[in-house]
Each structure stands twice: as structure tokens, then as C-alpha cells.
Design a protein around this ligand. Structure first.
Ligand code: APR
Ligand code: ZN
Ligand code: ZN
Length: 366
């Protein structure tokens, strides 16, 4: 066991606190990772607000990179000294999805079995089974993916959640390729990552839609070929017009990615796709939201598919090393997502800036 500094949310809506926590030595199948950088994500704020569950106190932080310090018995995936990106999809290998070879749909994901605790012994709940706003954290070894150790931790740690969700929504779920048009509604961190994914896949045109003109500027930097300010024009009409210029006769984009998580923008995505096109929902809705009313005949008549994308349908062991290599080669601009590097003392202020839409990602450097 060792003691380290960490950021916790002790109670609903209470400001975060920096405290000393106990990190156990890794048991069978576990690893202790010295964290170097960890992004601030909406999900951390949702935990602090009590919107996910009430298993307080939470150990926050989950978009992280660091170096493996020690491993428990039977661990073969990683070894001490490995530079890793953490993930919340350590697949079980036992469920139906795993057995049929579709581990990207494993929902039975593994975490460390031992608990990290406060000094008084109170057990902590790590955010998404990670808890990386801490000098060190305990995870399941399968939550660690070894990547190129010369990569910048603040940039590649972001692959652990929102950025992977966006890139994967375009490539893994949407099936973006050369010869297809892609529209992305909502250009926050996730949407802009979907644009970067579509660009990596060679899709064109790539149409960025947002109600905030600043977001559209960032979207252009990451590969959007066209932008639509949906506070000014009807995005469905605009997407159709742009897509049909490249592909005459197209009634929308081949793939429309909804990265806001709201019924009205999902409805726009539904009508902005070409016949037989694909809609991907990657924005996270709240529990009270429902599918907007759409004539069933429109669902039938337009064909194609309506999908959701959970963690970008990623497989960390396949996708993280590949994306880190593309970053290192200058083909994927992960640095563009790092708006600021901050210290562990600045997390509340970063939540505030995120809430106001001022940043793509604040990254805590440890
Ligand atoms: N039409 C178009 N864009 C919109 C609309 C709308 N009606 N409403 C909001 N947006 C834009 C915002 O301007 C912002 O650029 O959607 C974007 C949302 O981005 P972020 O708040 O930065 O969220 P992000 O991290 O990208 O996550 C996207 O998934 O994780 C969830 O809670 C998160 O629901 C959010 C979604
Ligand atoms: Zn499984
Ligand atoms: Zn996240």
C-alpha cells in the first residue's frame, strides 16, 4: 500500500477536494499506474453532480496516460515501465459479444477488484473504474494499453474517452471511408474528434454543424471541408445542398453523426442523411429525453441504419496504438484538443470553463 494525492468528489454538488488516498499494491490481474496527464471530461462533472450514481465519494478523472509502476500476479498485458493509455473497456472475454468476436460490444468490462480508500478507510468509487486525477491509481491490467513512449501524455491520454468516442463514431460505427460524405452535428470535443476521424478515413465532404461560430473554426482546423451555423440556417437543407454538389442526386450525407445528445439535433441528423445513409448517435442524452416523433413511414422509406456509438465502438488494444502512431506521424492532430494544461488545483475552474463551452479539453498534468 502507498499514499498519494488525489482529487475526490465527497458529496453531491460539493466542490472537489485534494486529499491523501491509499492505493493498494496490485493484486492478481491488477496494475498500479503513475499518472502523467488526465483530461477533464463532462462525465467527471456528472459524477460530482450526482448524475451518474450516488456511490460517493468518487475518485475523479478518467482520460489518462501514465507509466505502469507495478503489476500483480498473472499480468501479461503490461509490465513496469510501460507507457500506457488507460481505458474503460477491459473486455471480459466471456460474454456473448466477446465469444462471437465482437469485443467492441462487451458491456461486461473489468476493473480492479481491490478498492482504493481515504485515510479513514472509506472506499472510493473511481470514475469509470479509473480515477486518474491522482499521482497513482489502481486499475485492471486490461485497462492499460501500451503505446509509443515518446508521445505527449496530455495529448494521447485523451484517447481514453471522448476523443476516441468521436473518432470511433465516424470510423468504427459510421463506417466513414473515401467516397462517402460525413456531417457532424455538434462540434465540441467529441464532434470535432468525429471530424478528425472522417478526415483520417478520407471522407469528403465533411460538414461541420454547430450553433456556435467559434466551434466551427476549430472544426475547420481538424478537417471539416464545409461549416454550417445552424443558429442561422436550416442545417438539414444546408447538408443536402453541400452533399449533392459532390454527389449529384444525394438527399443528404452518407453518414450523419449526432454529437450533442438532444432529440432535436437527432431529428436533424435523421433527415439530413441520404437515402440508405447512417445516423450515429454519440452525444449522451439525459434520462428524460425521448426519441422525437417521426412518421414510421419515413423510417421505412429512407432505409439505412440508425445507430448509437458507445465509446466509439473501440477496441483499445487495436485502436490506441494505431491512433498514437498517426499522431506521432502528424496525421492526427491530438494537440489541437488540448486547450490548456492545468494543475490538480484548477479542476473546479476547468469544470466552469467546460460548462461555458470555452475549451475542448483542459488537461491536468501531474
Ligand atoms: N445544434 C448544434 N450544435 C449544438 C446544439 C444544437 N442545437 N446545441 C449545442 N450544440 C453544440 C455546442 O455548441 C457544442 O459545441 O454541441 C457541442 C457540444 O459540445 P460539448 O459540450 O463540448 O460536449 P462534448 O465533450 O463534445 O460531448 C458531446 O456527449 O459526453 C457527452 O455530455 C456530452 O452531450 C455531450 C456530448
Ligand atoms: Zn465481454
Ligand atoms: Zn470522458
Amino acid at each position: 500500500m502507498q499514499q498519494v494525492q488525489a482529487v475526490i468528489a465527497r458529496a453531491k454538488d460539493a466542490p472537489v477536494e485534494i486529499v491523501t488516498i491509499n492505493v493498494p499494491d496490485p493484486g492478481p490481474g491488477e496494475a498500479v499506474v503513475a499518472i502523467q496527464a488526465c483530461g477533464v471530461c463532462h462525465t467527471d462533472l456528472h459524477y460530482r453532480q450526482g448524475g451518474i450514481n450516488d456511490e460517493f465519494p468518487f475518485l475523479l478523472g478518467h482520460e489518462a496516460a501514465g507509466v505502469v509502476e507495478s503489476v500483480g500476479e498473472g499480468v501479461t498485458e503490461v509490465a513496469p515501465g510501460d507507457f500506457v493509455v488507460l481505458n474503460w473497456r477491459a473486455v471480459c472475454g466471456e460474454c456473448r459479444a466477446c465469444k462471437r468476436g465482437e469485443q467492441q460490444y462487451c458491456f461486461n468490462t473489468a476493473n480492479a477488484t481491490q478498492k482504493m480508500t481515504l485515510e479513514d478507510g472509506t472506499e472510493l468509487t473511481p470514475a469509470l473504474g479509473i480515477g486518474a486525477f491522482a499521482d497513482k491509481t489502481l486499475v485492471a491490467a486490461g485497462q492499460c494499453t501500451k503505446v509509443d513512449p515518446s508521445a505527449r501524455p496530455a495529448a494521447v491520454g485523451l484517447l481514453g474517452c471522448g476523443i476516441m468516442a468521436g473518432i470511433g463514431a465516424a470510423i468504427n460505427t459510421g463506417g466513414a471511408t473515401r467516397g462517402k460524405s460525413v456531417a457532424v452535428i455538434g462540434c465540441g470535443g467529441v464532434g470535432v474528434a468525429a471530424i478528425a476521424g472522417a478526415a483520417l478515413a478520407g471522407s469528403s465532404p465533411i460538414i461541420a454543424v454547430d450553433i456556435d461560430a467559434k466551434k466551427l473554426e476549430t472544426a475547420k482546423k481538424l478537417g471539416a471541408t464545409h461549416t454550417v451555423d445552424s443558429s442561422q440556417v436550416d442545417p438539414v437543407e444546408a447538408i443536402r445542398e453541400i452533399a449533392s454538389k459532390t454527389y449529384p442526386g444525394a438527399e443528404g450525407a452518407d453518414i450523419v453523426i449526432e454529437a450533442v445528445g438532444r432529440p432535436e439535433t437527432w431529428k436533424q441528423a435523421f433527415y439530413a442523411r441520404d437515402l440508405a445513409g447512417t445516423v450515429v448517435l454519440v452525444g449522451v442524452p439525459t434520462p428524460e429525453m425521448t426519441v422525437p416523433e417521426i412518421p414510421l413511414l419515413d423510417v421505412f422509406g429512407r432505409g439505412g441504419s440508425l445507430k448509437s456509438s458507445w465509446y466509439g465502438d473501440c477496441l483499445p488494444s487495436r485502436d490506441f496504438p494505431m491512433l498514437v502512431d498517426l499522431y506521432q506521424q502528424g496525421r492526427l492532430d491530438l494537440d489541437a484538443f488540448v486547450t490548456e494544461e492545468i494543475s490538480i488545483n484548477d479542476i473546479e475552474a476547468a469544470f466552469e470553463r467546460m460548462h461555458h463551452g470555452d475549451v475542448l479539453r483542459s488537461v491536468v498534468v501531474l
